[in-house]
Unconditional design. Sequence first.
Length: 222
Amino acid sequence: MFTGLVEEKGQLVSLRRGADSARLKIKAGLIMDDMQVGDSIAVNGVCLTVNTYDVGAFTADVMAETLAKTNLGALQSGDRVNLERALRLGDRLGGHLVSGHIDGVGTIVRMEKQDIATLITIAAPPEVMHYIIKKGSVAVDGTSLTVVDHNDDSFRVSLIPHTAHSTVLGQKKSGDQVNLEGDMIGKYVERWMGVAGRKENESENTVRHGVTADLLAEHGFI
């Protein structure tokens, strides 16, 4: 589990492809502290497992599914990547809950400056847009961001100068692809509502109507 607060920008040293997989070697600094084999590291928002490490670099294996559904397979030696170590219990949760399991790949269609902010418009597939709401959270290449607004097939986020400088997003341009992960809490709420709705039809003795205002009020939520 991660927070979407990128700790540093690493650099891809090499990407060695196998028949249906690849091994990444990434140069890093801060996140190397206390690193162990088996640790989880978010690389551009993708949860990977440390396979080996030495002074200033680590390797991680990437399976075929991950190569097909993220932007990791398009990386080239020298490219910068966002890096974050796994969340520890007791840490401050400054971003939002990020699993490191990518929902889809989006494409940057516009970048514009607005005073100190950088506004980025990202075209995204339906499986991502399904979880996009105004003022909601989204992870873009592993960076926790707030949705400014959206339409049917794209959304816009805003970078403060610190985020633009400290993550790879500040170096992106129109046409670049980014890994996207929707808000985990929204997914669980959707799943629960779907199960609740089905139970209404499965039992004549149990009447369930999903999440309603009356249900929330009955249990003290509103």
